[in-house]
Design a protein around this ligand. Structure first.
Ligand code: SUG
Length: 439
């Protein structure tokens, strides 16, 4: 059994539209010019480096954009280009959302339960409903279509429909789910972190909680997940810009790295997790006096990937913003020296994604797979030098290096965007979900 990181390929429509209130980076960079070419190449480079280090790397395609189907209730008439023009003219806020490239953050695509943790021994997948942000709520149909094509063999995979698109079932996927296990092949404990619950006495005051308790419960039930811990995120950190658990905590195998203020009743959470580990879970708690929450959010330290090497030690794949911050850099330097479990820290330049609130861990969906399950996958989704070269050729020739929101109004961009995304699906041996001509 190996853990595969399925990174999202950044689409040619990558932009800064400020569509995620509570995500401070998204708000800060609203309406800034983007560089989709650089964004996609930065993502590919991360995949390449981790693959070359021996980690199992795969990828998911961008979603087809623009997408108008979700606006059907408006009854807009005409073909897709007419609808495009009507939207830009009368409802530009909706038009922007039709072009969102936010599916690149595949940590929000679905929640995955590894086969050893599920009662029927299959990998379970529930596509997230992403109902709390309009631009993200349009992702589930295409994401479900893609995941079903890739993980097609029902001997190994069991797909569940997204939860109902209601506040009480608000679900943002693996970004709020952590599998901790002594070994990928053995059974693990599944930690679900929520920041929204109907009757919770403590609630965020400023920003909306995007993961509900009942969504996590429903997923654990659907997946027949055997060992579970449910933890409430500290509402104070939501108001400081922690909109997902993966902005304040990260865990893998026998290691949990988290901030002192990650959870309500933090010690109880640790105890519950340790019960499954006979106290062998390594917990590195970062004190607020070492790195405060604001610095953690600005640098995305906890959005690093923890990757376990064959020797059992971990590589931390951190955003370059951690290296550029003297406090965080020093902290990580000291951590390597003091903590034998941490072998190294490598830094990635992902600034195009980071400026929308998406770090290394946001860009990947973890799927633990047996070799038999891997062999059942026919799509060209596993990282290879050839796939890298082919994607790089499309990105270099078809992606713009400057994109403003006004460019979306142009019919030429409409065609360019669709045709480029189709090329990526072709390379990956996948069929995009095509919307009907009329909206
Ligand atoms: O949902 N940003 C994404 C970032 C998702 C990060 N994912 C994890 N933490 N796992 C979001 O807030 C911004 C798009 C814009 O404003 O243009 C955006 O959707």
């Amino acid at each position: 059994m190996r853990e595969y990181n399925f990174d999202g390929i950044v689409g040619p429509n990558h932009c800064y539209a400020g569509m995620s209130p509570g995500n401070l980076a998204s708000e800060k960079h609203r309406f800034r010019q983007s560089n989709p070419r650089a964004a996609a190449l930065q993502g590919l480079q991360k995949m390449q480096q981790l693959h070359n280090m021996g980690f199992a790397q795969a990828m998911l395609p961008p979603l087809m954009r623009p997408s108008f189907k979700w606006l059907q209730p408006l009854g807009l008439s005409g073909d897709a280009k007419t609808v495009n023009q009507t939207l830009w003219q009368h409802y530009p806020d909706l038009a922007l959302r039709c072009y969102s490239s936010s599916a690149m953050w595949t940590a929000n695509a679905a929640t995955i339960t590894a086969s050893p943790d599920s009662a029927d021994g299959r990998t379970h997948l529930t596509v997230s409903n992403l109902q709390s942000m309009t631009h993200r709520s349009i992702e589930p149909p295409q994401t479900a279509h893609n995941l079903k094509q890739i993980f097609a063999d029902d001997n190994y995979f069991c797909h569940h429909a997204p939860l109902p698109s209601q506040w009480v079932f608000s679900d943002e996927g693996a970004a709020n789910h952590t599998r901790l296990c002594p070994d990928h092949s053995g059974s693990g404990v599944n930690l679900y972190v929520y920041n929204q619950r109907l009757e919770a006495p403590l609630k965020p005051q400023k920003f909306v909680g995007r993961q509900s308790y009942f969504a996590s419960k429903a997923i654990a039930n659907q997946h027949q997940t055997q060992y579970t811990v449910f933890a409430q995120q500290n509402p104070k950190v939501v108001d400081l810009g922690v909109f997902h658990n993966d902005v304040i905590a990260v865990g893998s195998c026998n290691l949990l790295l988290c901030h002192q203020y990650a959870f309500v009743e933090q010690n109880t959470v640790y105890q519950q997790l340790q019960q499954h580990f006979d106290d062998q879970l390594a917990i590195i708690e970062v004190k607020d006096s070492e790195i405060d929450v604001q610095t953690a959010v600005a640098t995305y330290l906890f959005n690093s990937q923890l990757l376990r090497q064959a020797d059992g030690c971990f590589v931390i794949a951190a955003p370059i913003e951690c290296q550029n911050n003297p406090i965080v850099r020093q902290y990580l330097h000291n951590l390597i020296a003091a903590q034998p479990l941490i072998a190294n820290v490598i830094y990635f330049n992902l600034t195009e994604s980071m400026d929308n609130g998406g770090g290394p861990a946001c860009l990947r969906l973890r799927v633990p797979l047996s070799s038999e399950a891997v062999n059942s996958i026919n799509a060209n989704v596993f990282y290879s030098d050839k796939l890298h070269r082919d994607l790089e050729a499309v990105i270099s020739s078809c992606y713009r290096d400057k994109l403003c929101l006004n460019d979306f109004r142009d019919d030429a961009f409409f065609d360019e965007c669709q045709q480029t995304i189709v090329k990526i699906y072709d390379l990956m041996g996948l069929q995009p979900l095509v919307e009907s001509e009329k909206s």
